[in-house]
Design a protein around this ligand. Sequence first.
Ligand SMILES: C[S@@+](CC[C@H](N)C(=O)[O-])C[C@H]1O[C@@H](n2cnc3c(N)ncnc32)[C@H](O)[C@@H]1O
Length: 243
Amino acid sequence: MTPPAVETTPEADRIQALFNRIAPVYDRLNDWLSLGQHRIWKLMTVKWSQASAGDTCLDLCCGSGDLAQLLGERVGKTGQVFGVDFSCAQLEIARQRGETHYPPRTHIQWIEADALNLPFADNFFDAATMGYGLRNVTDILMSLQELHRVLKPGATAAILDFHRPSNPTLNGVQQWILQTIVVPVATANGLQDEYAYILPSLEKFPQGPEQIRLAHQAGFAQATHYPIAGGIMGVLVVTKRLS
Ligand SMILES: C[S@@+](CC[C@H](N)C(=O)[O-])C[C@H]1O[C@@H](n2cnc3c(N)ncnc32)[C@H](O)[C@@H]1O
């Protein structure tokens, strides 16, 4: 299978280069900066995708592959998972993670491709997940439309990302954490610019109701946004019409 070309706009190139650069420290920083909580949020995301044993599933913007692995545990040895990302450095770490895991999990294929132009047939997947990817694609609507295209009728996808809490105190706490913990820790790892982007990307990122509107516009019959962790994170759950 020859994957379609990865989008090459300057903005997409910048995002791709950024995730290639941070790949060696990405997992470690995620654990430190979320105090390990991202693992719990990812488990919730897998559960809300409604993936079940034997399913063929997609993890979009899979990065270093931990969410895809959790999805793999859910679908078991009779299922199949495709992890898609356009950062070859992140995918290399995902591959190594798969090789060193014992006992071997589900069959997972790591595919270097563009979330805006997926190399899969229409109506292919039983369920999908996406962790911290929607905020990073250059066109959110197009990404949701592609996701909608490749899901089977009736299939669900769960999309985890940062969220701005509606409570002003929690909003202030989130900004404080990003400015006084996340950026300094990243700076100590030589990655100041790479992590300073989170706050501006979050400010541009649509809130729950707007995400729901975009999901409907992309064709999803049902869309619900669940704020989690006091609203500092959110999961958008979308379902394709049955027929
Ligand atoms: C913040 S990381 C999330 C990685 C992982 N899903 C997680 O939860 O930790 C965002 C990922 O999205 C990928 N990405 C951004 N835009 C993409 C696109 N258009 N196509 C494929 N991958 C993309 C980046 O390469 C990066 O690995």
